[in-house]
Design a binder for this molecule. Structure first.
Ligand SMILES: NC(=O)c1ccc[n+]([C@@H]2O[C@H](COP(=O)([O-])OP(=O)(O)OC[C@H]3O[C@@H](n4cnc5c(N)ncnc54)[C@H](OP(=O)(O)O)[C@@H]3O)[C@@H](O)[C@H]2O)c1
Length: 306
């Protein structure tokens, strides 16, 4: 049930890692939040959150889900991303691009007043990687919608519930080393998921973010190895990081692409080892806020175990 004058914000992908942080922040700031999911609605005791079923690959499911929505945040990714499973419809083109195009069309029809789209650092029409071209197609739908928008292009997002840093932390719990694909030297600007949630909520009310495309990163630029070492330090663990050459891993995973739902693919390995540098100057100018340094954020949810 919504109350008059309370903004109604729908979050597509609101059940996911990044989307959950956005939902939490919007609800904490007093919005009525509608979480869109392709699964049947969940019951909730939180009166500021409502679940509605909306499958972005089924455009007919979208108009009803967007009824009464003031603003729409699109934070979509297919299950098991970045490991595509074309035979199951789990691809960047179908979900990230096609899903966003369908949502934007439904948002226009539902007279939604504001869009935020979570893209990715590297999106470009001529990007060498198809996932960045899919993100670009999604961005173009948002930019061409005629609706006031903010597009965020985040570097690498971490926090409780992420599927990447937590995997390394899990390895360190059981193994005397941490296995990693690639040389670990790719540079990222790790950004805490709570900060992403706060930036999205900021953007919805900040005129400086109107019709802006902003790269998003945390306050430090670090290599993947430095990030993993910081997580190990936060847990008081000492582990070697063992690097598996990505070319070898790509060769080993090639046959898996024949499976309907592969556990790993050569493309996913390219995705995992890519650098994600960003220029956060325009972000800081449009949406000034303190972004949490890596060690401080890790200390908020990891505890020394040794
Ligand atoms: N994590 C990062 O480091 C990072 C960095 C840069 C950019 N991003 C971008 O941020 C976005 C979210 O990433 P994430 O890590 O939060 O992914 P995630 O945890 O896998 O969440 C993906 C979300 O998409 C929804 N979804 C999947 N298929 C759907 C469908 N057919 N219809 C409706 N909803 C569907 C899922 O909801 P249901 O299954 O409940 O439907 C889920 O809520 C992605 O676009 C990603 O590219 C992430």
């Amino acid at each position: 049930m919504t109350t008059p004058n309370r903004s109604v914000v729908a979050v597509a992908g609101g059940t996911g890692f990044v989307g959950r942080a956005i939902v939490r922040e919007l609800a904490a700031r007093g919005s009525h939040v509608i979480v869109l999911s392709h699964l049947p609605p969940k019951a909730t005791t939180d009166r500021s959150i409502e679940f509605r079923q909306a499958d972005v690959t089924r455009p007919d499911s979208l108009p009803g889900a967007l009824a009464g929505v003031d603003a729409l945040v699109i934070c979509l990714g297919f299950r098991n991303s970045p490991i595509e499973a074309p035979r199951r419809g789990r691809t960047f083109e179908k979900v990230d691009a096609g899903g966003t195009v369908a949502l934007v069309a439904a948002a226009k029809a539902a007279a939604v007043g504001r869009l935020v789209y979570i893209s990715g650092a590297g999106a470009a029409s001529d990007a060498p990687r198809h996932w960045f071209r899919a993100k670009w197609r999604a961005e173009e739908a948002v930019r061409g919608s005629g609706i006031v928008y903010t597009i965020f292009r985040p570097s690498w997002i971490y926090g409780p519930g992420d599927k990447s840093l937590n995997r390394f932390i899990g390895f360190a719990r059981w193994l005397p080393f941490v296995p990693q694909i690639g040389n670990g030297r790719q540079i990222m600007a790790p950004v805490f998921v709570d900060d992403v949630g706060a930036l999205v909520a900021d953007a919805l009310v900040a005129p400086a973010a109107d019709n802006a495309t902003l790269e998003v990163g945390g306050p430090e630029s670090l290599s993947m190895d430095q990030i993993i070492r910081a997580a190990l330090r936060a847990q008081g663990r000492h582990r070697l990081i063992l690097h598996a050459p990505s070319a070898l891993m790509k060769l080993a995973t090639r046959p898996l692409t024949l499976l309907p739902s592969p556990p790993m693919t050569p493309d996913a390995i390219d995705f995992i080892v890519q650098a994600a540098p960003v220029d956060t100057g325009p972000l800081t100018a449009a949406l000034p806020r303190h972004l949490t340094p890596l060690a401080e954020a890790l200390a908020s949810y990891l505890r020394p175990r040794d």
